[in-house]
Design a binder for this molecule. Structure first.
Ligand code: IPE
Ligand code: IPE
Ligand code: MG
Length: 245
């Protein structure tokens, strides 16, 4: 029996964000080059997209490439970029078939031109879909995003569009690349690392965190359902007492 049966349909997180980690170690354990781990990781992405659709999650965000990942060896960066283009190309049809809308967050202008073109095309072609919003974080880091937001707030302030009194949670949220995307209720990180690695620092202020030792290529549907079940056991108090909930 699938763990899916144990999920409470009335308490599904609207937004789940995932730090996919452990592709390299997965490959190393098999004496394979790191790239093989990334390829296998793509299969996990597809499985989790399917699983999220099955339980009616509305937003699913994958941390696919961080600002810091540009410091990896050039051949790994190039391989990841080619894998990205190849995957998007081959998946657009299925995204449309499944009513999935593709979105990106991050400093997309930093990506190679062919990657940007492929992404823009896929975003455009899926923009009318009303099912799951699949958000890919690329060349993303939270500090970059916050820095960018502050610069834009200052620019708008000089133009008289924003005043000091206007600055609140909502306004700041609207200057982030996640504008219009609700904060994740659940953040998952695989591979046994207990850190956030510059991901969605503002947005996860009250997210439930779920860490698993599984490497990303081993994280499939059942592992995803298990994370959702774990989330559903938690009491989200938002500063209140248990009695007030
Ligand atoms: C995650 O796996 C994928 C990316 C960061 C692009 P890693 O490549 O970080 O795998 P490990 O952490 O070296 O095992
Ligand atoms: C985090 O993984 C970034 C992504 C999943 C894209 P890393 O493997 O780059 O994280 P650190 O640097 O080990 O924290
Ligand atoms: Mg890693």
């Amino acid at each position: 029996m699938s763990k899916k049966e144990d999920i409470n349909k009335d308490n599904i997180p609207v937004h789940i964000a995932i730090i996919m980690d452990g592709n390299g170690r997965w490959a190393k354990e098999r004496d394979e080059p790191r790239f093989v781990g990334h390829q296998e990781g793509v299969i996990s992405v597809k499985a989790i997209v399917e699983a999220a659709t099955e339980i009616d999650v509305k937003y699913l965000t994958f941390y696919a490439f961080s600002t810091e990942n540009w410091s990896r060896p050039k051949e790994e960066v190039d391989a990841l970029m080619s894998l990205l283009v190849k995957t998007i190309k081959s998946e657009v049809l299925d995204l449309n078939k499944n009513n999935i809308r593709l979105l990106t967050i991050g400093n997309i202008n930093d990506l190679p031109k062919d990657v940007q073109e492929e992404l823009n095309e896929a975003i455009e072609e899926t923009s009318m879909n009303t099912g799951l919003s699949l958000v890919i974080a690329l060349s993303y880091s939270s500090r970059w995003e916050i820095q960018n937001a502050i610069q834009n707030i200052l620019k708008d302030s000089k133009k008289g569009l924003v005043t000091e009194e206007d600055i609140d949670d909502d306004l700041i949220g609207n200057y982030l690349t996640t504008k219009n995307i609700p904060d994740p209720e659940l953040l998952i990180r695989t591979s046994g690392e207990y850190r956030i690695s510059n991901f969605l620092l503002w947005q996860i202020a009250y997210s439930e965190l779920y860490f698993t030792n599984k490497y990303w290529p081993d994280f499939r549907k059942e592992e995803f359902f298990e994370a959702v079940i774990d989330y559903q056991k938690r009491e989200r108090r938002f500063g209140k007492t248990s009695e007030q909930i």
